[in-house]
Design a protein around this ligand. Structure first.
Ligand SMILES: [Cu+2]
Length: 321
């Protein structure tokens, strides 16, 4: 057999895993596993898209397993496993990931299914928006299945999360022994998922330590585990005081939006220096950005992240006289 096909993808994979606090790489993790032989002519394999905690507060940016080894003629079914939206997207030959970034939530090429159910190895194929809920604001698909008639190494991405989230389908000749069984992939996925959720809870704890009545952590992530919450969710200040909302993450954008959700959630709206109620929005807050609001009226002001409110990313500022 040729050198391990995953080798050339290793540096990035290793970087991703280290960033996520993970120590294991799939091929190593399963290296002691028994060989599974392919007795059936073709199989359908399952890859899970995203991960989440029960309360949806922690969302994982990962395809699990990241690498799947199948034979020509097999199918892969991707299953939405989180409220956070993702796509499964194979770029056309010569197309760069950068040309698709950032994710454009109004582009049919990005949000709707593209291509047939049989992957040709070179054209643009995409699942459209996938989610396990039906209130994300998109027309979500719960599943996406492709048949792989051609051998090769096929990389795919999530258009929403770009470089942070990629996977690979390794298609070998029909009749080749499979290196792993589906249940081995599933067990490995479960472990990865637990690690992602654990990391997310650690980030959430760290956010609680950093938050004050005047600093709200507007989401945080380590590039793989996202915390889809404002921390602290409820704060109390006095008239004339300011609150700074900080996106403390590496991968996920958020918004801080008071009042009616604007049609274009990416554009800033209103005057944050003199907020007295009504409509005010940060526009898109990329990782590392912040948004300061000065409150000039007493009251209870509710706000949302326009991207993640449906998974509970909402907050309240109480302003006292
Ligand atoms: Cu958000």
């Amino acid at each position: 057999m040729a050198p391990h096909p995953a080798i050339h993808a290793m540096p990035r994979l290793v970087r991703t895993l280290i960033a996520a606090g993970m120590a294991l790489v799939l091929p190593l993790a399963l290296s002691g596993a028994a060989q599974a032989t392919g007795s059936k002519p073709s199989r359908t394999w399952t890859v899970q898209v995203g991960s989440e905690s029960e309360d949806q507060a922690i969302q994982g940016m990962a395809f699990l397993p990241e690498h799947i080894y199948i034979n020509a003629g097999d199918k892969v079914t991707w299953k939405a496993n989180s409220a956070e939206i993702h796509t499964v997207t194979f770029l056309a030959a010569g197309q760069s990931l950068e040309s698709t970034q950032p994710f454009n939530p109004t582009d049919p090429q990005e949000i709707s299914k593209q291509g047939s159910n049989v992957y040709d190895g070179q054209s643009y194929f995409s699942s459209g928006v996938m989610s396990n809920v039906s209130n994300s604001g998109f027309k979500e698909a719960a599943k996406y299945t492709l048949k792989f008639p051609h051998t090769g190494e096929f990389t795919y991405y999530c258009l929403v999360h770009g470089m942070a989230m990629k996977g690979m389908v390794h298609v070998r000749d029909a009749g080749t022994d499979y290196p792993y069984t589906q249940s081995q992939y599933d067990r490995h996925a479960k472990k990865q998922e637990q690690r992602i959720l654990r990391d997310g809870h650690k980030s959430w704890d760290a956010a609680r330590d950093q938050a004050t009545n005047h600093t709200v952590i507007a989401g945080t992530d380590n590039g793989t585990s996202m915390v889809m919450r404002f921390v602290h969710q409820e704060i109390s200040i006095k008239v004339g005081e300011s609150v700074t909302f900080v996106n403390n993450g590496m991968g996920a954008p958020h918004t801080v939006t008071f009042g009616k959700e604007p049609a274009n959630i990416f554009a800033p709206l209103g005057d944050p220096a003199h907020f007295t109620g009504g409509d005010l929005s940060s526009g898109l807050m990329p990782p590392g950005s912040h948004f300061t609001v000065t409150f000039h009226s007493a009251g209870e002001f509710k706000y949302i992240c326009a991207l993640h409110d449906f998974m509970g990313m909402v907050g309240t500022v109480e302003v006292r006289e």
